[in-house]
Design a binder for this molecule. Structure first.
Ligand SMILES: *[C@@H]1O[C@H](CO)[C@@H](O)[C@H](O)[C@H]1NC(C)=O
Ligand SMILES: *[C@@H]1O[C@H](CO)[C@@H](O)[C@H](O)[C@H]1NC(C)=O
Ligand SMILES: *[C@@H]1O[C@H](CO)[C@@H](O)[C@H](O)[C@H]1NC(C)=O
Length: 302
């Protein structure tokens, strides 16, 4: 108990020491987030008598010898300047001190675009491709989040917090995709959001790319089963259906000893008039799949 309260008192003394050494300058607001070209006003107030109070800055520098308050004011902030500093020269110790303004000047991207790297046209199922999202002229990039979407689903995000420039830059993000047939026609897009903290605009400014639609080519689905025995009942013939998935849509061919009897052999559905073996092949530029139908005449009732 004793030890704990002693520690508490010592902590208070330590805090008090920090306070009396502190600058006696207060900047309000303490953090400002300004859009490129917008006005900004920040005040600096001294809490004890001051000889000179001023703002040191490449633009909007000012000072006063009478007041305990001075403003840093710019009508249209378009300079990628360092943080302005408020300084005070006092009658008593500490005789000089300064506070930096936490200033974030931001610029939303000029454009955002998405493309397939080194590829045009349809992609092939099972191969790997790269999608590239490029963002032009955005600052400060450390507050940027790039999000990738397939349809409405976020599939990946990329942040740039490790980068330091405060001036506008171009950045990009790459998404590796290995599209399957289920993704045929899926729209991909990317979106840049500047998340500037509570002092920044709410909701955070967002810029979206146009969607890019991926066409996925894949071979005809294998048939299951690949052999089928069908019984011919009556004299109507049997409908054989050989429709298969595939992109581009497969073309069909039928082969049979009786082939020349058929007029619609390039269709997936064939009406076979009599018993025999009929083989159908579905093919597109990526492959083929075959199925054999064996038609038997139903043996006369026993
Ligand atoms: C794209 O093509 C260029 C030139 O042919 C080549 O230098 C580059 O490595 C390719 N990039 C990818 C990701 O394949
Ligand atoms: C980024 O993606 C991860 C999962 O990969 C997710 O947990 C996180 O919330 C996402 N971050 C943002 C800022 O959306
Ligand atoms: C053939 O099969 C496909 C897929 O199973 C089906 O969509 C189609 O309607 C069928 N056609 C006929 C004529 O039965």
């Amino acid at each position: 108990m004793m030890q704990n309260s002693l520690r508490y008192v010592l902590l208070l003394i330590a805090l008090h020491t920090v306070w009396s050494d502190s600058c006696s300058l207060e900047i309000t607001p303490a953090r400002v987030v300004v859009a490129f070209g917008e006005p900004v006003t920040v005040s600096c107030v001294a809490s004890r008598p001051v000889r000179v109070l001023g703002w040191e800055s490449a633009i909007g520098a000012s000072h006063t010898q009478r007041d305990t308050s001075v403003q840093w004011q710019v009508d249209s902030l378009i300079d990628w300047i360092e943080e302005p500093i408020c300084y005070g020269v006092f009658f008593t110790a500490p005789r000089q001190c300064e506070e930096k303004l936490n200033l974030v000047l931001y610029k939303t991207p000029d454009s955002i675009s998405i493309s397939l790297v080194n590829h045009t046209g349809a992609v092939v199922e099972g191969r790997e491709y790269q999608l590239l999202c490029e963002v032009q002229n955005v600052a400060p990039v450390q507050y940027l989040t790039l999000r990738w979407y397939r349809g409405q689903v976020e599939v990946y995000n990329h942040t740039f917090s490790e980068l330091s420039p405060t001036t506008p830059v171009q950045v990009s993000s790459t998404l590796l995709i290995n599209p399957g047939r289920a993704e045929d026609g899926a729209p991909y897009r990317c979106e840049a959001a500047l998340e500037l903290g509570p002092e920044g605009p709410q909701p955070p400014p967002r810029v979206k790319s146009q969607p890019i639609t991926i066409t996925v080519h894949y071979p005809p689905d294998p048939f299951s089963p690949e052999q089928e025995v069908v019984e011919l009942v009556g004299g109507e013939g049997v409908v054989l259906n050989c429709s298969a998935g595939g992109n581009p849509p497969p073309s069909y061919s039928w082969s049979s000893p009786k082939l020349e009897e058929f007029s619609d052999e390039n269709q997936p559905v064939l009406t076979a008039p009599s018993s025999g073996t009929y083989t159908c092949t579905a093919s597109n530029l990526l492959g083929k799949a075959s199925k054999t139908f064996t038609i038997k005449t139903k043996s006369k009732g026993v």
